[in-house]
Design a binder for this molecule. Structure first.
Ligand code: ADP
Length: 476
């Protein structure tokens, strides 16, 4: 790639990274604009002032010559004729750049500087020239000139015209202005760059606060420390306020966890009793009408669902509080998985098979918690697939880890939702899920339990083809 293309690409990349609404850009642009305005104001004022000084001094010079000329003519005409006196006075005052000429009242030139024959263009000024000196531009040349009445011994001799070529001074002045403009633009660019770097440095602590805030999870709200040293006092104050807010949030979070834990615990016992009574009434209620029996069945199922929800909530509250204990031991997975599958077949009345190698696979886990995990996953596989579809459990060993896969050929989960199904109360299709039952907490408990045992859970799924949940546990 050639240089201009590469430069264009780099500029584009930098440009795309600039956020026009960021404080950094706003401050930089604001300060740079004010500095530019200030600097260009000073530069313009300086140029104007220099021009004034240059032109005024030249005008004063011309004015002096215009005042002096009649006196010189008067002195010379005492010795020679008036015409010769005028010519002598002109010769006396003529220099390289200053030229004079005199026209009589009938506009005829009576005397002039010798250069005028060459610089005849100066005559073009005649019609414009005023009694007080002015600046004129003529054919690329700058002139300060005036045309004053010539009265000698109370006699009107016409008009004397005096012009000074100030082109070289003007060119010097213009190049000075150009240099001043370039210096101003350069200084503005340097100031803008310096301001941008300084502002970026000053805002760094804010970026650090936001980076730290991003890594704080609900569990370490109370321990979060921003530890910002040598930062501006405003940022320090913000960091302290932020820490206090985190502490208050942590207290509120703790209170909420405590509340959920107490609430689930207190409600579970009476609801279990209610469910027990409802079930025994249903068993013994041969004299109940069909409608009453159906109502009781619904009441039992809703009470059981609520009990399950409370149990799940209690489990999660315990995990959040760090009160969930795991009795980790070496388990022969082949045996445990077969037992669980037996149990699941009995209560689900479905085809559930185990595929495992001859090899004995041992994992380090809490047997009760692992049972809970697998039953939950099998329950989902059964719930979210048709009753004629099999559910398969595959056992394997992978890099010193034990791997259990739960396969189903059910409805599957769309890719976009696969990462969300482990969130609390998240259900893929809320309406459809309601008719199936469940609380939306199962998978978040499964994840908490698996991770609590040092393992990991992932999902692969395709809508209408099925899902594979993979649990990996530390092996031996
Ligand atoms: P629920 O009580 O709703 O089953 P879970 O936390 O166990 O709650 O599951 C969350 C959601 O993930 C379910 O509502 C369901 O939409 C989806 N899901 C879980 N397992 C499967 C599966 N094997 N096949 C299809 N969808 C599933």
């Amino acid at each position: 790639m050639n240089l201009p293309k590469r430069l264009l690409k780099t500029t584009k990349r930098i440009w795309s990274k600039i956020d026009p609404f960021s404080l950094q850009v706003r401050l930089t642009v604001g300060i740079a604009a004010f500095s530019a305005m200030g600097l260009s104001g000073v530069a313009i004022w300086m140029s104007w002032k220099m021009q004034q000084i240059l032109v005024t001094s030249q005008k004063q010079n011309i004015e002096y010559l215009a005042n002096r000329f009649p006196h010189d003519v008067e002195i010379y005409s005492d010795m020679v004729s008036v015409e010769t006196g005028i010519q002598r006075a002109i010769d006396n005052l003529t220099t390289d750049k200053t030229i004079l000429w005199v026209r009589n009242p009938s506009q005829l030139i009576v005397a002039q500087s010798h250069q005028l024959k060459i610089k005849s263009s100066s005559h073009l000024l005649t019609s414009k020239m005023e009694p007080s000196p002015q600046l004129y531009k003529l054919q690329g040349h700058y002139w300060v000139a005036c045309g004053a009445d010539l009265q000698v011994k109370s006699k009107n001799l016409g008009k004397v015209y005096i012009a000074k070529d100030i082109t070289s001074e003007q060119i010097m002045f213009l190049s000075l202005i150009k240099t001043l403009a370039i210096a101003s633009v350069f200084s503005i660019a340097v100031i803008t760059l310096a301001i941008a770097i300084y502002i970026q440095k000053s805002l760094k602590p804010l970026h650090r606060i936001s980076a730290i805030a991003k890594t704080i999870s609900a569990n370490d709200l109370g321990q979060a420390r921003l530890d910002l040293e040598r930062v501006p006092s405003e940022v320090k104050e913000l960091a302290q306020t932020f820490e206090t807010m985190l502490l208050r949030l942590s207290e509120a979070w703790e209170m909420q966890r405590q509340f959920v834990s107490n609430f689930s615990h207190e409600l579970r016992t009476p609801l279990t009793i209610v469910s027990g009574y409802l079930q025994s009434t249903l068993r013994r209620g041969k004299n109940l009408t069909q409608q009453q029996q159906e109502a009781l069945v619904i009441a039992v199922s809703e009470t059981d669902r609520t009990i399950q929800l409370l149990k799940d909530l209690l489990d999660l509250a315990r995990a959040d509080n760090g009160k969930m204990h795991f009795n980790i031991e070496s388990i022969i997975l082949n045996k445990l998985v077969s037992e669980i599958v037996e149990m699941a077949i009995q209560y689900s009345n479905r085809i559930i098979t185990v595929e495992a190698t001859e090899e004995i696979i041992i994992a380090k886990a809490d047997p009760d918690r692992l049972k809970q995990v697998l039953l939950n996953l099998i329950d989902n596989a059964v719930k979210y697939s048709e009753s004629d579809r099999p559910v398969i459990l595959k056992l394997d060993k992978q890099n010193e880890q034990a791997k259990i896969e739960i396969w189903d050929k059910g409805r599957g989960i769309p890719l976009a939702q696969q990462s969300r199904i482990f969130e609390r109360f998240y259900r893929v299709d809320e309406n459809r899920a309601k008719s199936i039952g469940g609380t939306g907490l199962g998978l978040s408990i499964v994840k908490t339990l698996v991770e609590g045992m040092g393992g990991n859970i992932t999902v692969r799924s395709q809508p209408e083809k099925g899902s594979i949940f993979t649990v990996t546990l530390p092996g031996v």
